[in-house]
Design a protein around this ligand. Structure first.
Ligand code: NAD
Length: 260
């Protein structure tokens, strides 16, 4: 894809799942890539694979500023930011604690804001900046038992639109809204909850999800990474302030028997 080679990209939550798939795809396209994540084994593995790494908690403004500055120094600037760090909990309303709510909003929404704020000056300076934030189908319409998660992901779309106006014309800012993507840390957490709460096997749960999607399969981290590549490429240079569904058609009205 035109415009990926030579980019200098930071991917938050890039030590696992969707973020890692994005980091690998960008690096494969010739970008210089750094991943920011919590310290631990996944981040160590990313470092061993040749990615630049920065250990930080996205909830902490000082850690975020320090990590972004270190990445800018390593990469000699920054023109691409992918915001993928995220957490989820699945609980009935009466069981949600204040700590549950705060963690989810702080990582998913405040963390996105802090990282964008710290990276914005370098992205503007580059004159070809790109921000892609990983929201969710749960940010499009609230999902039962995902109060904080849905609120954080809807908030992310509003945040991205706000940034898109302010950082134009030097930076584009867009969201992606993936549907259930089981092959990640968060995806496995959600799948285990669905299995336990319905007393079915994981394969039965996955079969049901596949039946709900017109494109008849679950999403993969690579589906999301492919959309990130497009939004970062030159081809998407006139697209900003949007949110794109990566959902296999799940948002469509469907009718049993209507598909081929
Ligand atoms: N998997 C899905 O079904 C799905 C669907 C839609 C959207 N998403 C979104 O995709 C993004 C990536 O999730 P994933 O599915 O790859 O899950 P994941 O758990 O594999 O990745 C999330 C990453 O965020 C990091 N992270 C968590 N808290 C952090 C913090 N305080 N500071 C820094 N990093 C932190 C984790 O360490 C992890 O590496 C999330 O924002 C998630 O909401 C996932």
């Amino acid at each position: 894809m035109e415009g990926i080679k030579g980019r200098r990209a930071l991917v938050t939550g890039g030590a696992s799942g969707i973020g890692l798939a994005v980091a690998r795809r960008l690096a494969g396209g010739g970008a210089r890539v750094a991943v920011l994540d919590l310290p631990g084994e996944p981040l160590d593995r990313a470092a061993s694979s040749g990615l630049v790494t920065a250990a930080a908690d996205v909830r902490d403004p000082a850690q975020v500023r320090g990590a972004v500055a270190a990445v800018e120094e390593s990469l000699h600037g920054l023109d691409t930011l992918v915001i993928s760090a995220g957490v989820i909990h699945i609980k009935r309303l009466g069981e949600v604690t204040e700590a549950d709510w705060d963690l989810t909003l702080d990582v998913n929404l405040k963390g996105a804001f802090l990282v964008a704020q710290a990276a914005a000056p370098a992205l503007v300076d580059s004159r070809r900046g790109r921000i892609v934030a990983i929201s969710s189908d749960a940010g499009r319409a609230g999902v039962p038992l995902l109060h904080a998660y849905s609120a954080s992901k809807a908030g992310m779309i509003g945040l991205a639109q706000s940034l898109a106006g302010e950082l134009a014309p030097h930076v584009t800012v867009n969201c992606l809204c993936p549907v259930s993507t089981p092959d990640t840390g968060m995806g496995r957490q959600v799948l285990a909850w669905k299995r336990d709460s319905t007393a079915r096997t994981e394969e039965e749960v996955l079969d049901e999800i596949r039946r709900l999607f017109p494109l008849a399969r679950t999403g993969t981290p690579e589906d999301v990474a492919a959309a990130v590549m497009f939004l970062v490429s030159d081809a998407a240079g006139f697209i900003t302030g949007t949110a794109i569904d990566i959902d296999g058609g799940a948002a469509l009205n469907t009718m049993p028997g209507a598909g081929s």
